[in-house]
Design a protein around this ligand. Sequence first.
Ligand SMILES: [Zn+2]
Length: 229
Amino acid sequence: MEDARSEVRWSPRVTQWKLRNLYERTSAGIWDEDLINDVGMTLYMRCRDILSIHQAETSGEVTCPRCDAAGRTTLIPRRGDRWTPMTCPECGWSLTWVEYHATFHRRQLNPGGAVTSFRTFVAAFERSRDPRGRMLAIDRVIHEFHYSLRELPDQPTRAAGVNLIAGNLTQVEAFLSNLSGMDLPEAFHETDRTWRAKRATIRWDDILEKKRNLRAAAGRPRPSPPPEG
Ligand SMILES: [Zn+2]
């Protein structure tokens, strides 16, 4: 079982120094194709992993890591409970959900409320071949947010950059704030403005207050009918 577990390998987050280096090149007016592809590929692999986890959690299909390493995609349907072995029909790799879940738990790999953003980046990165297009896709995805509240679907709750950039939430937010101060081309300004505006709306006291009010409104008893007779 230990071997099967060690075959599950999740792509790392991009380091802050590499991303900073990329933005410094960009602010110097250089579209550094090698560096853009390097950072972009790291983010691409990371997003694909997050989407695989999303697929395993929501549609119950686990991507076989052994087949994946061999360059083919095999989806293993989850059956039974958390302790039922999930066995690949192609290669025999086998693990329980409990063991599998432990490989990504608390590793900033949870898709949460940013699935669409990660999916959009994967598609954009595959589609765009020129460095400028890829760089702008990188810029967009690292400035995305999770939207995780059922009651408030348009309320950003957390910077999605923490899923993609090494560091804790506070460090990643500080890093992204520092990027704001760089002299980047015009094409980057809108994303930055949007990020700062949305970030400013994440005030948990206000959000919880809004949630309470919505719940209270939804649960308010209807006016009782007039008594009969
Ligand atoms: Zn397999």
